[in-house]
Design a protein. Structure first.
Length: 310
């Protein structure tokens, strides 16, 4: 039985733009990052590019934002791998070191003429609209950084929870919705009156992310439909084999038994035989039931996301 696999993020990203020439140098720079950070950077760039499309930005700005997204964590080149790859929570001291990847990434970009135009992506992608972000606690955040922040948080949660399907992905989106709400500490203390009315992330960007996620759910469903067709074809084949087996057992003559036995043999695929095909037959039917249930859950997930209020 072939494996049921798909890329969590739709592979159609970036195909609308001729980015290879534009980003060849920037992508080469990413090659120095650890594999986890590089994959994260690629995922965030994927999301940012598609969010920009739903926000109806022009091609030039979309490409600019996408490159900023590829480079947003480039400062982690200067963070010890023992901190980056630490399985448990960081200590306060380690967290302060981790936070410096923003300024170190900015400094790296500013020193390189080819990277300088994209320096605000690395610097500001952890800033918050209500002023609670880092490294500078600013509230007037460049749009590219606002978009990267949303994509960055989403991918971080997806990676941490090791999502392999979009079932229950709405729970992640609900967490991001919470980040669009005013910080109750500001409201209660009546401090920073202007900032107390906003949350950490941009609502419009988050709504665009919802559309991207729905696209990815539909992509997963399409992959599942292809796999369901594969399962159904094999179940049909194995059903015929099973019928031949029954007829072989009912046959009165050796000639008839050999006829049906040969029919079974011709229908077997690699790794199948007279002894194991009943178990394989059951595996296919179980897989069909599981994937059919997943399709139903994914369609329900789309309905939930469409009803979420930001």
């Amino acid at each position: 039985m072939k494996k049921d696999v798909f890329d969590f993020y739709s592979p159609t990203n970036l195909k609308s733009y001729n980015l290879d020439k534009t980003m060849r140098y920037q992508l080469d720079v990413l090659g120095s990052l650890d594999l986890i950070t590089r994959k994260h950077s690629e995922n965030v760039a994927n999301l940012v590019c598609r969010i920009c499309e739903y926000l109806h930005f022009n091609t030039k700005f979309t490409i600019y934002c996408t490159i900023c997204a590829y480079l947003h964590d480039i400062g982690k080149l200067f963070i010890p791998l023992s901190i980056i790859n630490k399985p448990g929570p960081l200590t306060d001291e380690e967290y302060e070191i981790m936070k410096t990847h923003t300024t170190k990434g900015y400094e790296m970009c500013m020193k390189d003429l080819k990277l300088r135009p994209y320096a605000l992506g690395p610097l500001d992608h952890h800033e918050a609209l209500n002023g609670t972000g880092y490294p500078n606690g600013i509230t007037k955040i460049p749009m590219e950084a606002q978009i990267i922040r949303v994509a960055d948080e989403y991918d971080a949660i997806v990676t941490k929870r090791q999502y392999t399907t979009h079932v229950n992905i709405s729970e992640t989106l609900k967490e991001l919705i919470a980040d669009t709400k005013p910080d109750p500490r500001f409201v209660a203390l009546d401090q920073l009156a202007q900032n107390s009315k906003v949350g950490k992330i941009n609502k419009h960007v988050l709504r665009a992310l919802f559309k991207v996620v729905i696209d990815d759910i539909l992509y997963e469903i399409s992959c599942l439909y292809e796999y369901l067709d594969y399962l159904k074809d094999n179940i049909k084949r194995l059903t015929l084999i099973n019928k031949y087996k029954e007829k072989m057992e009912e046959a009165k003559t050796d000639k008839k038994r050999e006829y049906y036995r040969e029919g079974m043999r011709l229908l077997f695929q690699a790794g199948e035989n007279f002894d194991n095909f009943p178990e394989i037959f059951k595996d296919y039917k179980d897989a069909l039931e599981i994937r059919t249930d997943r399709v139903d859950k994914l369609y329900k997930e789309i309905k939930i996301i469409k009803k979420l209020e930001v």
